[in-house]
Design a protein around this ligand. Structure first.
Ligand SMILES: Nc1nc2c(ncn2[C@@H]2O[C@H](COP(=O)(O)OP(=O)(O)OP(=O)(O)O)[C@@H](O)[C@H]2O)c(=O)[nH]1
Length: 851
């Protein structure tokens, strides 16, 4: 489909080209018609020439025939005069045109020759003889084919007539005529160089031509021209491309009158005839071609101009479309404002979308309706933009919904239809403004963090220059800003070797992505400051700038702590005290070798577990609760507990638990120090036992008894109960010693103690408080009767004689019974009462006395 913009050009160009084509068609057709008319006229001329030539050639033939007829008659009538007649015949022809006169006798032998007779020559095989001999009754002239004379060596045409004598065939008269004789008449026609004229026999043999006679004589017409057709008319014409010559010809033929054997042919060369026509046509074509080229040139110029105009028009249309699209469809918010009254003349789609008004609404508003500034300030800004004093403004514009947005407005004056308008591009920078504020806040935050972070911070640029540092860096490194800049800090490695310049953090930071090292700096006061140095390369920023940050941390206290920890670790490992460290959940974290030695458990067997594996079951729930309360309240507990060794043996340990407490009050760790005090406790128990028991009987001694008695009285007082006390003194024990010895006395005392004990309950206490004095404490006696029953039972138990080995002895005892109700007396007082009553019973012996 042709684009519309090309349609007009096509509509103009097509008829123009069609007109040119038609013009040339008719021009060339007229040339063709002229050529055809010329050829038709030439054909007529050719026919006329053929007619004339035929008449002329007929006259020539008649002349020859006339001569031959006379000679024939002379030959028949008077052979002697025949030679004279022959001479006359030669004179009748132009010189050298009658070549020979000959007579062939009826038998075919040469009877006469004007050239003389030397020998008998047979010519009966010649065409002209055979024609006449075969038709002896016909008297006709005959032109034979041109022959090349055997004697003369020249071409000749044999004109023959039969010789009749007495009405019978008597031979043939032959005139040998030069072809030039016949051709002369053809040449007289005055034909052109390329035209042809010929005398032709009916079999197509050339007898004469107007040119190139040597070429044509003896030859036959080539091809099948119409005049050689069997039914060809006596005259006619035709156009022959190349019948007689390589060039086209217009031919005409005409049979000679009174001779059906001969015809003339005239060929007029087309090129000669058409030459003037073609010249004229060529001149016409040239002229018309020039005119056509001029026309086409003018047409091309017109087309070019037209196309240029079209392009200009299209460019204008495109520009207009582009400008319109640029304004209307551009994503930027655009307004055209009339500075005279602030009216919005044009608004694009982006403006409508931004402000929330339809474009038509916007274009009916004034800029002061959008700008939050007072109208006079807005007008002042418009004036600045119009006068180009300023082209950038930041305003707050109000949207249709009432929201205010920060906008950046670029305005410049624009001439439009003779009016100056302000072309304004509005950018919503609300987010940008907020982002800038956030960025400022963020920068301020980072600046404050940088300034207040306890670690020293130093920022290096890509060249290794120090571009930023904080006060902490100066403090930790012990230099001022100038000292930092000139790298005045001297750093040393842990082994005391100074740090090589290339290994300084500011150098390493640019070499290695991240590094850490521990150095110490020598301070002015001679002290050391341990510094942990971290370097980290910064990723390239948006501008491709790289750099590194170096952080310094004062770890002097950590180093001290580390040393302290090393000591602690040594103590932990080597101390004889078992140490257990547990977490807040009381699960074991660490134990030392002393723990393993004390408990038999390796560290792997207890770590992660609670120390319950050591539990002996000796401590009740209350014990553990008390321990927990103490830990919670005081953060420590100290005491003795009985644990179980891995081999099952119980052991007593002295245990001190300390809770490690976080500042928030949560116990994070428990550290227990344990000592195995089993043997110590056993020794203490033995001492105590010895101090509180009778060495002979093992019974509690006076002190222990008084202690228990006091406790019983206190308890009885609290419980409103009674305590009974029996004071037992053996009767007449001294004689046993005296009689059986002290050892027997000891033995008896032991057996008496056992015998007394068999009558007591578990809660009762039997003690020996003197040589043969025993006391029984009845802590929960119901009444005095109960005490008396016990005393009676004791006396009864003693009645059985004692087997001492060396003798069997009987012994009794006197018992004083005292009772305390609800703690109404002290232990000493109660004992004293019982003692007094025992003396009372002593009066009777083997009896008891009570109050
Ligand atoms: N074998 C022995 N005798 C002791 C021991 N302690 C004291 N005696 C003796 O026990 C005797 C107690 O004497 P007494 O109670 O005064 O005399 P007694 O013969 O029992 O007289 P009565 O109590 O009045 O019946 C003294 O002779 C002491 O020397 C001891 O541990 N072993």
């Amino acid at each position: 489909m042709i684009p519309p913009r090309n349609l007009a050009r096509t509509l103009l160009l097509t008829p123009a080209l069609v007109a040119i084509g038609a013009y040339w068609y008719f021009l060339l057709d007229s040339h063709r018609q002229i050529r055809e008319a010329t050829l038709a006229r030439t054909e007529t001329v050719a026919q006329q020439l053929a007619n004339g030539l035929a008449a002329q050639m007929a006259s020539v033939v008649r002349n020859i025939d006339f001569v031959s007829d006379i000679l024939r008659q002379d030959y028949v009538s008077d052979k002697s005069a025949f030679a004279v007649s022959v001479q006359g015949a030669f004179r009748a022809f132009p010189e050298h045109t009658l070549l020979q006169v000959a007579v062939i006798d009826r038998n075919g032998y040469l009877a006469y020759s004007s050239l003389g007779m030397q020998e008998k020559v047979f010519l009966g095989d010649r065409e002209h003889f055979r024609i006449h001999a075969e038709h002896p009754d016909t008297d006709r002239a005959f032109f034979g084919k041109p022959l090349l004379g055997r004697v003369s060596g020249s071409w000749s045409i044999q004109f023959s007539r039969p010789v009749r004598r007495d009405g019978a065939f008597d031979g043939v008269l032959v005139l040998s005529i030069s072809p030039e004789y016949l051709s002369h008449a053809l040449e007289q026609l005055g034909l052109g160089e390329h035209d042809s004229a010929a005398l032709i026999r009916e079999d197509g043999s050339y007898l004469a031509t107007n040119r190139d006679i040597d070429f044509f004589i003896g030859e036959t017409v080539k091809g099948s021209p119409p005049y050689l057709a069997p039914d060809a008319p006596a005259r006619g014409s035709f156009r022959d491309g190349a019948t007689h010559a390589p060039l086209g010809r217009i031919s005409a033929w005409r049979h000679l009158k009174d001779s059906d054997q001969l015809m003339v042919h005239v060929g007029i060369a087309e090129q000669d005839v058409l030459a003037p026509v073609e010249d004229e046509a060529a001149a016409s074509r040239k002229a018309n071609l020039a005119g056509t080229l001029l026309f086409l040139f003018l047409l091309a110029v017109i087309m070019r101009q037209w196309r240029r105009l079209e392009h200009q028009h299209m460019r204008l249309q495109r520009n207009e479309k582009l400008y319109r699209s640029f304004f209307e469809k551009h994503s930027s918010i655009k307004l055209l404002v009339d500075p005279r009254d602030g009216s919005i003349r044009f608004a694009n789609d982006a403006a409508a979308a931004f402000y929330g008004y339809a474009r038509s609404t916007l274009e009916s508003m004034r800029i002061t309706d959008l700008n939050s500034l007072p109208a006079d300030e807005v007008r002042a800004s418009i004036g600045e933009a119009t006068s180009k004093r300023s082209n950038r403004f930041v305003f707050k514009h109000r949207l249709a919904g009432g929201a205010l947005r920060d906008v950046e407005v670029y305005s410049c004056p624009l001439e439009m239809d003779g009016t100056t308008l302000l072309y304004s591009i509005i950018h919503d920078i609300t987010e940008r403004q907020q982002l800038e504020i956030r960025l400022k806040d963020s920068e301020e935050r980072y600046r404050r963090v940088f300034a207040t972070v306890p670690s020293g911070m130093m920022l290096l640029d890509g060249e290794g220059d120090i571009v930023l540092w904080n006060d902490a860096a100066l403090t930790i490194l012990g230099v001022d800003a100038a000292g930092l800049q000139r790298r005045a800090v001297k750093l040393f490695k842990r082994d005391g070797q100074p740090v090589a310049i290339e290994d300084y953090p500011s150098r390493r930071a640019l070499r290695e992505p991240a590094a850490h090292a521990l150095y110490y700096a020598e301070l002015e006061n001679g002290g050391k400051r341990w510094i942990s140095v971290h370097t980290s390369q910064l990723p390239p920023d948006a501008q491709g700038r790289s750099g590194a940050v170096v952080s310094y941390t004062d770890v002097s206290k950590l180093i001290e702590l580390e040393e302290s920890l090393l000591i602690s670790q040594s103590v932990f490992e080597s101390t004889t005290e078992a140490i257990v460290v547990a977490d807040a959940d009381s699960r074991v974290i660490r134990v030392n070798p002393a723990f393993t030695r004390m408990t038999g458990y390796d560290a792997e067997e207890v770590i992660g577990k609670r120390p319950v594996v050591l539990s002996s079951g000796q401590q009740d729930e209350a014990f553990w609760q008390a321990m927990c309360q103490s830990l919670n309240a005081k953060g420590s507990w100290e005491g003795e507990i009985t644990d179980r060794h891995k081999n099952g043996q119980l052991f007593i340990e002295k245990l001190k638990i300390s809770a490690l407490t976080h500042p928030d009050g949560i116990h994070s760790r428990y550290v227990a120090l344990c000592s195995d005090i089993t043997s110590q406790k056993e020794q203490e128990a033995q001492v105590w036992h010895r101090a509180h028991h009778d060495a002979l009987t093992g019974l509690p001694n006076r002190n222990l008894f008084l202690d228990r008695l006091g406790q019983a009285i206190t308890r009885a007082q609290r419980r409103r109960e009674s305590v009974g006390l029996l004071f037992i003194d053996l009767d007449r024990f001294k004689p046993v010693n005296d009689t059986w010895g002290h050892q027997a006395g000891d033995l008896l005392l032991c057996q008496v103690a056992a015998r007394i004990g068999t009558g007591l309950r578990d809660e009762d206490t039997l003690a020996r408080i003197g040589g043969d004095e025993f006391v029984v404490l009845l802590p929960q006696v119901a009444s005095m009767d109960g005490c008396r029953n016990v005393a009676a039972k004791i006396l009864a138990n003693l009645e059985t004689p004692f087997e001492l080995g060396m003798a069997t002895l009987s012994i009794s005892a006197s018992i004083g019974i005292a009772i305390s109700h609800e703690g109404d007396c002290s232990a000493e007082a109660l004992l004293h009462s019982a003692d007094v009553l025992m003396y009372k019973a002593k009066q009777e012996r083997n009896s008891f006395a009570s109050a």
